[in-house]
Write a protein that binds this ligand. Structure first.
Ligand SMILES: [Zn+2]
Length: 439
């Protein structure tokens, strides 16, 4: 399949911008791109961008698709006084009520949200403790229908007892063995967080992960519960405790990294895992501020995720900056080079997971391309493209008009192509009603 995008403002976040350019997509890769009119490519379908902005698709480094059916949920009681009580009063009730049908529909709704936000690849962290076996395949089915690339895992935890724990490990192993598809589906070993994992559980998860060569996807020091629990039960802080089980190394996603000591930050730098920052979720849960500039200064890789709090990576990126300004009292903190380092790491993660270079408009890179419904009101160049995306997202709510994933149009002129969106949303609303009735 070949597509030629013409009459486009073409750019990426890493030095490319043509005020009037074209992109030729061949199979799952960009074949060529450049300024000026498109070459004549026999057999190719032409997409006229009409002067709109065209960039690579975005990547979400930490998602919870299962949270998609929580929108508007009525809760008899919601008066949490701690992060743990937020989990107990909302998320641990919701995930326990999910059956495989609910998992599938949450996957569809979550995937559609990502597609409509220009995200073409995501790293999901899933929990459905009464429907564990096969749950990752239900997410895969939903993501395949919508047409996104995804890295999946099941969150192993002790909160439901030994049999649920063992089923969780087994689901990660099953999916890693049977579910991976080069270029489209990859896997991690999912772990909830240190404070719900015993040494025995971490040992079992480690044995399974090492046999399959899987990195870990784990919440790290999100609330105060994590370091307090690690100190009380194990005599060390969270990062040092998880390090005893080899969790912090390259290939692992260490989500949040808020309640960390200076020594732990040094520790993470030495191990090589990627910290994933989720500023909007952190603000919503009132768990504190991750020391992102300090982590970057130590050479820690930091990526950006949404933690299930929407799927709009552009607003997430702008919020990362706003939170850094607010927390530090310094209106120059998290400047463009640092924010770009986060977005670059998202693409690096996707490249490692899916085996395709991502994030640039250049030959050989993934044919994951977004035509944004955005004609800039002010001049653009390579250095200001990030500002256009960030402030376009906050002031005009810029959204994709067309999205191609691996060279296939999955969203075209405002219409989802892989499934009947209206019918899918109606079915999901029915599944949500059933789900809420079980809580
Ligand atoms: Zn999370």
């Amino acid at each position: 399949m070949m597509h030629v995008i013409t009459s486009a403002r073409v750019g990426d976040l890493f030095g490319t911008y043509w005020e009037s350019g074209h992109v030729v997509l061949e199979g799952d890769r960009i074949a060529r791109a450049g300024p000026g009119p498109a070459p004549d490519v026999p057999g190719a379908e032409v997409l006229d961008a009409g002067g709109r902005l065209v960039t690579p698709g975005l990547v979400n480094a930490h998602a919870h698709l299962y949270s998609a059916l929580a929108r508007g949920i009525p809760l008899r009681r919601f008066d949490p006084t701690s992060f743990r009580e937020i989990l107990e009063q909302l998320w641990w009730k919701l995930d326990r009520a999910l059956d495989l049908d609910g998992v599938y529909h949450s996957g569809v709704v979550g995937a559609l949200g990502h597609l409509r936000a220009g995200v073409t690849a995501l790293f999901d962290h899933h929990a459905s403790p009464t429907a564990i076996e096969g749950s990752l395949s239900q997410l895969k089915r939903a993501l395949s229908e919508v047409g996104l690339r995804a890295d999946l895992c099941y969150e192993v935890t002790d909160r439901g007892g030994e049999s649920e724990r063992d089923e969780g490990i087994a689901e990660n192993v099953r999916f890693a063995r049977e579910g991976r598809v080069p270029g489209f589906f990859s896997a991690h070993m999912g772990l909830h967080a240190s404070f719900t994992l015993s040494d025995e559980t971490l040992g079992r998860a480690r044995a399974a992960a090492e046999e399959l060569g899987l990195g870990y996807h784990v919440h790290l020091a999100e609330g105060k519960e994590d370091p307090i629990d690690a100190l009380q039960k194990h005599g060390v802080r969270t990062a040092e405790r998880l390090d005893r089980f080899g969790v912090l190394g390259e290939g692992s996603l260490l989500v949040h990294g808020i309640q960390l000591s200076g020594a732990e930050v040094e520790f993470l730098a030495a191990r090589g895992g990627t910290v994933v920052h989720n500023p909007r979720s952190n603000m919503n849960n009132a768990v504190g501020v991750a020391p992102v500039p300090a982590m970057l200064a130590k050479g820690i890789r930091v990526a950006l995720g949404t933690d299930g709090f929407g799927s709009d990576l552009l607003t997430e990126a702008l919020t990362a900056r706003l939170l850094a300004h607010h927390a530090s009292g310094d209106p120059t903190s998290l400047p463009d080079p640092q924010l770009l380092a986060l977005l670059r790491e998202n693409y690096n993660l996707a490249e490692r997971a899916f085996g395709v270079p991502m994030g640039k408009i250049a030959p050989g890179f993934a044919a994951d391309v977004v035509v944004w419904d955005y004609v800039p009101p002010t001049p653009v160049d390579a250095g200001s493209l990030l500002s256009h995306l960030l402030f376009g997202s906050i002031s005009e709510g810029i959204r994709p008009r067309t999205v191609l994933v691996a060279g296939v149009p999955r969203f075209r002129d405002g219409v989802v192509t892989g499934l009947d969106e209206r019918a899918a949303l109606a079915a999901a609303a029915q599944a949500a009603r059933a789900l809420w009735g079980r809580i």
